[in-house]
Design a protein around this ligand. Structure first.
Ligand code: AHM
Ligand code: MG
Length: 342
């Protein structure tokens, strides 16, 4: 049975959006379709993990950020690199798994776009059969001619043309936005198509779930400790405490909060003074989706989408989810009576 009997594929949904821009060349549309295609291949491989040799486990190498590279990380990265921009739509691709961005031959394509992605997020969860995901950001290149430059890559989230994620969970879902709402599609494995299942996603304004790795509490500053304490026990005598859910895969924690409402926190701590998550391919794309769904993403002080990046793998503290809850966290972070930052 297809989701809710709805037979709108992700490709036709993207094409409908293109019709809103009669002068569009189709390059952007086909780039989004490339990403959906790559997601199907990665989903197939994730679904076979454990059955086929050489899928699970690590490659024995570390990536540029000193993290162990899992075999599926490497596979997903390779698939993204070979599927994206096959028609010369992209001048540059950048990934969590690559030290530097790669410049692409554009041939007769426009080369107008830059894509930044985390090919397989939550990779510490792969071998345990826990949900993982892919996250992507698409920017328009800023320079006109010649090889793409840093300024084409290092753009704030407010300049994103599109962003999305794929969650490989109990089913595989593709969620994307081009700035006209956030829409979710569920993969029907029988026909190999993503079918519209969650049109115009909307995060509840305030939620009942907080998600944070509380094992880091000893390394937080006093403000973050107080924020999490109040989330847990209730903000005041009239407010109930929230439930905790933490998967440890950003896409999965974020996706659940998108549907149920709530907040995800990855604050800075003494071991990671800029937080853990990466601005360009984790925080910014999810912040765009959150805002398109009525939510909000912040670094604790200001919108994630306003931050001008200065390097590809830049990290940022992240507070994201239900708008009211994230705004309350910003207010708490600005309260000097709760102590200073790190
Ligand atoms: P990854 O991109 O290498 O998988 O790391 C990012 C992941 C996120 O999915 C998740 O939110 C976070 O790291 C979990 O970190 P921790 O194990 O410190 O709680
Ligand atoms: Mg990641």
């Amino acid at each position: 049975m297809s989701p809710a009997g709805n037979l709108v594929t992700v490709e036709s949904h993207i094409l409908d959006l293109q019709r809103m821009h009669p002068s569009a060349s189709g390059d952007f549309t086909s780039l989004l379709n490339d990403i959906a295609f790559a997601a199907k291949i990665i989903s197939r491989e994730v679904g076979r993990a454990g059955l086929v040799e050489d899928i699970l486990g690590s490659t024995g190498e570390e990536n540029i950020q000193g993290e162990i590279v899992q075999r599926l990380d490497e596979y997903a990265n390779r698939i993204m690199l070979s599927c994206l921009g096959r028609r010369g739509q992209c001048c540059m691709l950048a990934s969590e798994e690559l030290e530097k961005p790669v410049l692409r031959e554009v041939g007769s394509g426009s080369g107008s776009y830059v894509v930044v992605f985390d090919p397989l997020d939550g990779s510490s969860n792969i071998d345990a059969n826990v949900s993982i995901g892919t996250i992507f950001s698409i920017y328009r290149r800023r320079t006109i001619n010649g090889p793409a430059q840093d300024e084409d890559l290092l753009q704030p989230g407010s300049k994103l043309l599109a962003a999305g994620y794929v969650i490989y969970g109990s089913s595989t879902m593709f969620v994307y936005t081009t700035g006209h709402g956030a829409h979710g599609f569920t993969l029907d494995p029988g026909i190999g198509e993503f079918l519209l299942s969650h049109e115009n996603l909307s995060i509840p304004f305030a939620g009942d779930i907080y998600s944070v790795n509380e094992g880091n509490e000893p390394k937080w500053d006093s403000r973050v400790r107080e924020i999490v304490r109040r989330l847990k026990y209730g903000r005041d005598d009239e407010t109930d405490g929230m439930s905790a859910r933490y998967i440890g895969s950003l896409v999965a924690d974020f996706h659940r909060n998108m549907l149920y409402g709530g907040v995800f926190l990855y604050p800075a701590h003494t071991g990671s003074p800029d937080g853990k998550l990466r601005l360009l391919y984790e925080a910014a794309p999810l912040a765009m989706i959150a805002e398109q769904a009525g939510g909000y993403g912040s670094n604790g002080h200001s919108p994630i989408l306003d931050i001008q990046p200065d390097s590809l793998h830049q990290r940022v503290p992240l507070y994201i989810g239900s708008r009211e809850t994230v705004l309350w966290i910003e207010k708490m972070m600005a309260d000097s009576t709760l102590g200073a930052g790190l």
